[in-house]
Design a protein around this ligand. Structure first.
Ligand code: SAH
Length: 483
């Protein structure tokens, strides 16, 4: 982040605009809207500013800028077309530690002006940090169309009831839940439909019905998909905004974690081979304890929680403790990664069935039903198989699959670090070793792998050379690789 977004209260404060043309006018209007006392320093004023002057809205000094003009000023904007003057303003302001903005000259600014979506009291400010004002404006145009004008009234009305609701609930959690319900439910619908009076009555009624007792905790077991935030479900997104605490796995990418409600407490429960941060039993108990404290707990897992995710065990413990929970499916690695690798898992000509297995290596062997796997016209997807790859390929060949059977291993599929190595059961272990892949990786075996050559479509854009070692295994706090 290059700038800290803040909203300044400049009501009744003296602000200065240097310049008297069209741009200066726009800036002066904005300052006036925020309730400031505005002075203009400029030998001349354009027509609009002259009108403002005539009706006493602004003050004017028909002079060239000099540092003395900054006396008692809390904020200054330079909007002249003369770079020398703009520089002077910037230097003088910075010397006095007065925030200064120079229009279209980020280097001379100590603050920049965002694009604004104004639904006062609701305000959305967008900035590209001076890199692309046009992009910020385009985004603003999109938001303008998405956010009904009535949100202004909705925000103001919520403001009117804020104290009353605050007094009603001693538990802040309960208060937040009440507002979330109101602002996503009938109250909001009524305000948006212009029925303000009915909306007020309804809000008061719902408030009276709410008891001020400790909130009941709940657990959301949510699949976060294979890594790319675009692949989250709407439901996952919604619950991510509601949670008080998030307990997340190693496979949950930092980009996804960033989308969880900012105030939610983050607890890392990651599991890595040989490095169990929290044992499964402790995770189960942790979820129970957090929910019993009345928190809304987001249990965020990579992929789908019910596919090699031990999600079942976690909710069994919750059920035993009578803690309410809900489960949100995620895109499992097999479907996400296959899609982004251009490998259809089934195909009329090549595979009529598809089987998901774990290739976890134990004492140098893998316990799988090999005859069942080594069948023609079937795609095999192997999770957690990188270390066991040579054993897997050997066993499949030993149980009857031709050693020319196409096979692929995909690293960090769906993300900007996706890499695909293709070969056959015979060649893949060697090719994978040469490629120095980093987990997580997924293995796909079967004739469908041949289709990749024609169907590959996804091109990671990140400069892999300069990217961190493993984008999915960054410490969310330091953004450094975990190992
Ligand atoms: N519940 C998860 C799987 C957890 S097991 C799901 O449904 O996807 C962890 C294994 O998933 C990893 O060892 C790897 O084999 C696979 N995996 C998860 N995300 C992946 C990704 N982005 N690319 C490749 N493999 C992935």
């Amino acid at each position: 982040m290059d700038f800290l977004p803040v909203f300044l209260n400049i009501k009744n404060q003296a602000c200065l605009v240097v310049g008297g043309g069209e741009v200066a006018t726009r800036k002066a209007m904005l300052l006036l809207q925020a309730g400031a006392h505005v002075s203009i320093v400029s030998p001349e004023l354009d027509a609009v500013l002259n009108e403002y002057l005539a009706c006493g809205k602004i003050q004017h000094r028909a002079e060239y800028f000099q540092p003395g003009h900054l006396e008692s000023i809390v904020l200054v904007i330079a909007a002249t077309d003369d770079r020398v003057t703009n520089r002077q303003v910037s230097a003088a302001a910075q010397q006095r530690q007065i925030p200064v903005n120079v229009v279209d000259d980020p280097e001379l600014c100590t603050f920049i002006m965002p694009s604004i979506v104004d639904r006062s009291p609701l305000l959305i400010a967008i900035s590209s940090g001076g890199q692309s004002p046009v992009l910020a404006r385009l985004l603003r145009a999109q938001l303008e169309t998405m956010i009904p004008a009535a949100y202004a009234r909705l925000a103001a009305m919520a403001g009117n009831f804020r104290n009353q609701v605050k007094q009603h609930f001693t538990h802040p959690e309960k208060r937040r839940i009440f507002w979330e319900k109101a602002l996503q439910g009938r109250f909001a619908a009524m305000v948006l439909a212009g029925k303000d009076r009915a909306a007020q009555d309804y809000l008061l009624q719902s408030l009276q019905q709410e008891k001020d007792e400790p909130p009941q905790g709940e657990v959301y077991l949510v699949g976060a998909g294979p890594g790319n935030p675009d692949l989250l479900t709407f439901r996952a997104m919604r619950l991510m905004q509601q949670a008080d605490v998030v307990v997340y796995d190693r496979l949950v990418s930092p980009a996804i974690l960033d989308m969880v409600r900012r105030d939610a407490t983050r607890i890392y429960a990651g599991k890595e081979r040989n490095r169990h941060t929290l044992a499964q039993e402790s995770i189960n108990q942790l979820l129970v304890r957090l929910a019993q404290e009345g928190q809304r707990v987001l249990r965020l897992k990579g992929g789908d929680p019910f596919i090699f995710g031990r999600g079942g065990e976690e909710i069994e413990t919750l059920a035993a403790h009578r803690i309410p929970f809900q489960v949100v499916p995620g895109i499992t690695a097999a479907s996400g990664v296959a899609a982004y690798a251009g490998i259809p898992l089934t195909h009329r000509d090549y595979a009529q069935s598809c089987i998901f297995v774990t290739g976890h290596l134990k004492n140098n062997s893998i316990d799988l039903d090999w005859p069942h796997l080594a069948r023609p016209n079937q795609t095999i997807v192997i999770y957690m198989g990188l270390l066991g790859l040579p054993v897997l390929c050997q066993q499949l060949i030993a149980h009857g699959l031709p050693d020319s059977t196409p096979a692929a291993i995909i690293q960090q599929g769906t993300t900007q670090k996706q890499r695909i190595v293709t070969g056959t059961l015979h060649t893949l272990p060697g090719l994978a070793e040469d490629a120095h892949l980093t987990p997580p990786t997924l293995i796909i075996v079967g004739e469908v792998v041949k289709l990749h050559e024609n169907l590959a479509w996804f091109e990671p854009v990140l400069d892999a050379e300069n990217a961190p070692a493993n984008i999915l295994a960054l410490d969310p706090e330091t953004k450094q690789p975990l190992e």
